[in-house]
Design a protein around this ligand. Structure first.
Ligand code: NAP
Length: 269
């Protein structure tokens, strides 16, 4: 029987993860299958028993299980513990482990910049913002701030990570070298065409990073590019969190360029 991997979440809408990992298994000749497992909160304990008994060799974990899955694991990485969320479950021998590859995904595209920004503002204070703040601190960016529509959530996140908190209506006032959108503003649907940043407030040479990847070029990225910013699309975060999961599960590297082409074509269709 081929080895089983998959994603758990509820509701589990369309996800590109099965296409990505199944492509990787095929390319590398690994006899494995990655499934989509919609899973309600009440069914998590029983499912995690299945993971141990069947066994299931790896999981991607998404909302609402990223925090609650931790109680069912034997070991949790410092990174996942620091942000209080696991998005990847894997086996290390007979030890069931949890990691957060969203953080790895956020920082990976920034590592290839010629120079690291000295300051970063994260827009939003949800799960993705936590990964971004943790990632930017991991990169050693000296000044990190968070700004959110609901101030209290930004204050809580900022206090937890000991970073600055900027009121939402003041977010564009500073000279930020990296602006990272982790809100759904700009996403396809009702919010497409909306940007969290005014087009005349981008600083030339700054980095604009949108973790929204559908559409690939959001209004935020289009306007930042036109203003002379370097731009990073959310597809890069998605790609790199997935590549990191695949490495944890198989010990092998998926071909990065081929995986990017696959995702680009999935988004284009
Ligand atoms: P979340 O936990 O629900 O947080 C959403 C954040 O966006 C909150 O801070 C919320 O502010 C803010 N927000 C929502 N609507 C807003 C609006 N109309 N105006 C201003 N702020 C608004 O969600 P999440 O898990 O962090 O995900 C956020 C986005 O990241 C989603 O679009 C998701 O698809 C994307 N994402 C991408 C990747 C990737 O691999 N590229 C990975 C994870 C997530 P309030 O606190 O005021 O409600």
């Amino acid at each position: 029987m081929s080895r089983a991997y998959g994603i758990i979440g509820w509701p589990l809408g369309h996800t590109m993860s099965p296409a990505l990992h199944n492509w990787g298994f095929t390319e590398l000749g690994i006899d494995a299958q990655y499934w989509a497992w919609p899973l309600e909160t009440k069914d998590l304990p029983e499912f995690m028993e299945r993971v141990r008994t069947e066994p299931i060799l790896g999981l991607s974990v998404t909302i609402p299980h990223k925090r609650t899955v931790m109680a069912h694991l034997d070991r949790i990485s410092d990174r996942a513990r620091a942000i209080g969320a696991v998005n990847t479950v894997y086996w290390d021998g007979d030890v069931l482990c949890g990691e957060n590859t969203d953080v790895i995904g956020v920082v990976a595209p920034l590592r290839s910049l010629d120079s690291m920004p000295d300051s970063a503002i994260v827009l939003g204070a949800g799960g993705a913002a936590r990964a971004a703040v943790a990632g930017f601190l991991e990169l050693g960016i000296p000044r990190v701030a968070v700004s959110n529509r609901t101030l209290s959530k930004a204050e809580t996140l900022a206090a937890e990570f000991e970073v600055e908190c900027v009121p939402w209506d003041k977010r564009m006032d500073g000279d930020w070298e990296l602006v990272c959108n982790t809100t759904p503003l700009g996403m396809s649907g009702d919010l497409q065409g909306v940007s969290p940043w005014d087009e005349d407030r981008f600083a030339r040479g700054a980095v604009a990073y949108d973790i929204v990847y559908n559409p690939l070029e959001t209004r935020f990225l289009a306007e930042a590019g036109a203003a002379g910013c370097r731009t990073v699309s959310g597809l890069e975060m998605f790609l790199h969190q997935g590549l990191a999961q695949f490495r944890l599960w198989t010990g092998q590297n998926m071909d990065e360029a081929g995986a990017r082409r696959l995702l680009l074509s999935a988004l284009g269709s």
